[in-house]
Design a protein around this ligand. Structure first.
Ligand SMILES: [Zn+2]
Length: 222
């Protein structure tokens, strides 16, 4: 019997691909985690998601800034490979720019221009009407309740040959997941793996490139 045949959960569809074939991946004292048979996303059922204020309170605990050299070093692992692939003076969007936008500052130092969007800190939806040469989403996708819808929207905002640069820690195995600190953050609700990115890349006619295991770049076809 599959897990879902044995539960009254309302969340019976994968939040990335809408497949209904989900199975229990892990359970801890606070919540449980389901994996999709089609795209391999591991997600936390909606009943465990924080409300908007609770989420914001967690984000406010982690205020980063462009003056923090360690944070810059962390983000350079995405900024460097992206900068090598985009044309000079490209236009981009930093989706989920957070309370102390830093990646955008770094990319502007390379000569690019970057618009910001963040549902909590910079919710100017007009920037989601534009088209971009690149979009960055660093430490963002693991927070998305509807990653399928949000990533499709971002992909749609990219110009042909545009680049999507994502930074998120990846699920390696069920055994590793059990001891993984990354899953303990109550705002982390969508966990990707290389299989999930391969699923999206195939859907988009693209190919995922990896840097340091947690930076993923995908180029939109011409
Ligand atoms: Zn799925």
């Amino acid at each position: 019997m599959s897990y879902l045949e044995n539960t009254s959960s309302e969340d019976t569809a994968c939040p990335l691909c809408c497949c209904r074939n989900l199975s229990l991946y892990h359970r801890d004292p606070h919540r449980h985690y389901e994996q999709c048979a089609l795209c391999a996303l591991v997600s936390v059922p909606q009943c465990y998601h924080l409300d908007r204020d609770g989420e914001r309170a967690q984000y406010d605990l982690h205020i980063n800034s462009p003056d923090d050299q360690g944070y810059r070093q962390f983000l350079s692992r995405a900024a460097g490979p992206l900068n090598e692939r985009i044309a000079p003076r490209s236009r981009g969007l930093d989706f989920g720019s957070g309370p102390g936008p830093t990646l955008s500052v770094m990319l502007e130092e390379y000569g690019h221009s970057v618009s910001l969007y963040d549902t909590h800190y910079c919710a100017d939806v007009r920037v989601l009407q534009d088209r971009y040469d690149f979009i960055t989403a660093t430490e963002v996708v693991e927070h998305l309740a509807s990653p399928g819808e949000e990533l499709e929207r971002l992909w749609g905002l990219l110009l042909p040959q545009g680049w999507l640069a994502v930074m998120t820690k990846l699920v390696i195995s069920q055994a590793r997941f059990r001891h993984w600190h990354y899953r303990l953050d109550p705002t982390h609700i969508s966990f990707f793996s290389r299989e999930t990115w391969a699923f999206l890349a195939a859907r988009w006619g693209s190919c995922a490139e990896y840097f340091d295991n947690d930076v993923i770049l995908l180029q939109k076809p011409a």
